[in-house]
Design a protein around this ligand. Structure first.
Ligand SMILES: Cc1cc2nc3c(=O)[nH]c(=O)nc-3n(C[C@H](O)[C@H](O)[C@H](O)COP(=O)(O)O)c2cc1C
Length: 204
């Protein structure tokens, strides 16, 4: 069983990325990882949230999910990020959180974290791959080790074939258009596995 601390850090307005995070949690726990699912702080004004029933309902449903802290980053051997596409980029909420990590980065405490990322978008070609890659740019600056999925499992082809990290298309009602559960679970197990290898290597 894996001796790995995994933080699953997500942002979600209408629940898709929370669902991806929960699938990842399930799979990582099955292989013995110690897992925390954590949301990044919301930045949008209450009026914006209240004007969208799905957003309002999701915020209410996840009010008890803990908010990520810098201590969680120190604790984690591995991190899976999940966030929706915003104009082909990561949401400002996730970026704002990443921009609070300068102190840890300066102390070298983010180097060698094993990371991967997942996303969703309304369109298959609406920036899914690019959003994952934008997140990874920050990871390269951290000195993190990106554990992309590549095509390491048939579930990745079945889930739409994004080799950078699982991504899913959602329609206007929030329904997922591809079945990505198996791909998410494979990605979670792989991230934990790579973190275990790295951890062992660092201890030897
Ligand atoms: C400001 C904004 C920008 C968006 N930009 C894109 C985009 O560039 N491409 C796309 O396909 N979907 C875009 N979307 C749709 C979201 O990606 C989609 O609602 C999201 O993946 C749902 O995830 P969630 O349920 O976790 O919030 C955008 C949505 C918003 C609110």
């Amino acid at each position: 069983m894996a001796n790995v601390n995994l933080a699953i850090i997500y942002y979600s307005s209408t629940g898709t990325n929370y669902k991806l995070a929960k699938w990842a949690e399930e799979a990582a726990k099955e292989v013995g990882a110690d897992v925390k699912v954590l949301k990044v702080p919301e930045l949008a004004p209450q009026e914006a949230i209240k004007s969208n029933p799905a957003w309002k309902a999701h915020v209410e449903a996840t009010k008890d999910v803990p908010t990520v802290t810098l201590n969680d980053l120190e604790w984690a051997d591995a991190i899976i990020f999940s966030m929706p596409t915003r104009f082909g980029n990561i949401p400002s909420q996730m970026k704002q959180f990443l921009d609070t990590t300068g102190g840890l980065w300066f102390q070298g405490k983010l180097a060698n974290k094993v990371v991967s990322a997942m996303t969703s978008a309304q369109n298959a070609h609406g920036g899914q791959e690019q959003t994952v890659l934008q997140l990874y740019t920050t990871m390269y600056h951290w000195g993190a080790i990106v554990a992309a999925t590549g095509y390491t499992d048939p579930a990745i082809f079945a889930g739409g074939g994004n080799p950078y990290g699982t991504s899913v298309t959602v329609d206007q009602n929030g329904n997922m258009m591809e079945n990505v559960e198996a791909a998410v679970k494979h990605q979670a197990r792989r991230t934990v596995q790579v973190a275990e290898w790295v951890k062992k290597g660092l201890q030897s």
